[in-house]
Write a protein that binds this ligand. Sequence first.
Ligand SMILES: [Zn+2]
Length: 319
Amino acid sequence: MDESLHTFTIKTTFAHEDEGTASSSAASVIKIVENVKNTFPGVVTSRQLSRSMKVILEPKGFTLDKTLLVTSFCCDEVCRDLEDELKKNFGQNFNLGGIAGFPFGGNAAFGAMAHHVPTDGHIIICYGPHVGIDFDGVVGKVNRRGHTGSGACCNTAIGALAYVKAVKTGCVVISSPEVNDPTDAQQVFINHILMDEADRLLDAGEEKEMIELPHAIFDAQGKLLKRIMDKCCPSDIREGTKIALLGGIQINSPEGTPEYFLPKKFHLLNSNGEFVEDMTASLVEEGSKDIKQVIKETRLKAQMDAVKQNLVEVPIMEG
Ligand SMILES: [Zn+2]
């Protein structure tokens, strides 16, 4: 039987909604932290990510008044927490993203963004897919506000994975709309592009496919973003503009637990879009610091600076 793409996507994505047994408790919060770190080694909290980017980028000229923050994250409401943390340090964001975090704004949005950059300023581009981990430790699901159990996350990615598996196994005939039909254009594009990653997703097996999925989508997004930047850099970018390019995977956790990000790429580029410096290791190192200690040291330094400013200089009289 023929099935419309939309019916297939919704049916497969939301087949296990509001399941799961665990709820918020001290033990489940600790378990979330352990699960996230074991499943995605190298993660940092969203708060630590934003703070670390500030520490690394501010000395390079990426100050609040001279920076335009650009994001390409999924439409899902659980993806806004990360943007909120980044906005605290770099101001309001220009959004390139559509479903699953693909930069569907394309050349037109990128070109417009380039003209919004403050005079003599710089650009931070952050992109990536997202994946949830629920209170039971299930990857690919998250406990959302107002729900009794957990549900799929990222919906689009999981719908696309189901499409790839259905096509590969030939178990269902799906009627996909034309890609030029805007009502389903983004999902059709993602399904199509994820077919290129089918082997690695099937090889991962059911146990690991939800971990492999965001990595596969990340690679596909990187290729699309490169095409956009190859088209727009340097023609749309003022000479001398620096571009900090951060790519990684957002890990969404249930309400009341920290949001995480796995940095996979943090590069400094010039206005031609050419590689200048790899800052990934510095980001992970800075992001792994004990935040309480960092806050303590920052406050102490601010107090010392204030004391120094108030010191009255007494000239030494000779004679
Ligand atoms: Zn999503």
